[in-house]
Design a protein around this ligand. Structure first.
Ligand SMILES: [Zn+2]
Length: 170
């Protein structure tokens, strides 16, 4: 197990349309174990493969986020097959540290994906877990959570992020 360096939002890999995974092998299992460890250490609710520089359709997410019990799972080639409702809520991103914004998301979703054993999984999610899943899905399509905000709001957050970055480099 190893902690992986997380790419920030200035890295072009965060804008990649990620690729379908056709082969689940030992390398992929190790990668997801490392991603889970990295997410727990960050700490974060989820992490998409392109956030660590690998443009594949895979993310890990803490399914226990609503219950305070860590339950990190790996979802491969995930899709949202149905959505219901919408609500605003606060979101952050491990690739945009220290920036939080209100984002509109569906309140309930249905997800289908493949697990690390190659089995189909389908489940419903609501609340903060549904939000986290939509956030991670967006990553696989090269979308960041502030993209849905207006340009003015986004530019303010971008400046804040870049200022933090400079402070860290100094
Ligand atoms: Zn994110």
């Amino acid at each position: 197990m190893a902690l992986l360096p997380i790419k920030n939002c200035l890295d072009p890999v965060l804008r990649k349309q990620c690729q379908i995974i056709n082969n689940i092998d030992g390398e992929l299992v190790t990668l997801s174990e490392d991603m889970i460890e990295t997410t727990l250490a960050a700490p974060g609710v989820g992490l998409a493969a392109n956030q660590i520089g690998i443009p594949w359709r895979l993310f890990v997410v803490n399914m226990g986020v609503e219950t305070d019990k860590d339950n990190l799972v790996t979802l491969i080639n995930p899709e949202i097959t149905a959505t219901e409702g919408s609500e605003m809520g606060e979101e952050g991103c491990l690739s945009i540290p220290d920036v939080i914004a209100e984002v509109n998301r569906a309140t309930e979703i249905e997800v289908k994906a493949i697990d690390l054993n190659g089995n189909d999984v389908r489940f419903e999610a609501k609340g903060y877990l549904a939000r986290a899943l939509q956030h991670e899905m967006d990553h696989l399509n090269g979308v960041l959570f502030w993209d849905s905000l207006g340009k003015v709001k986004r530019d303010i957050l971008k400046r804040k992020f870049k200022k933090k970055l400079k402070e860290q480099d100094a």
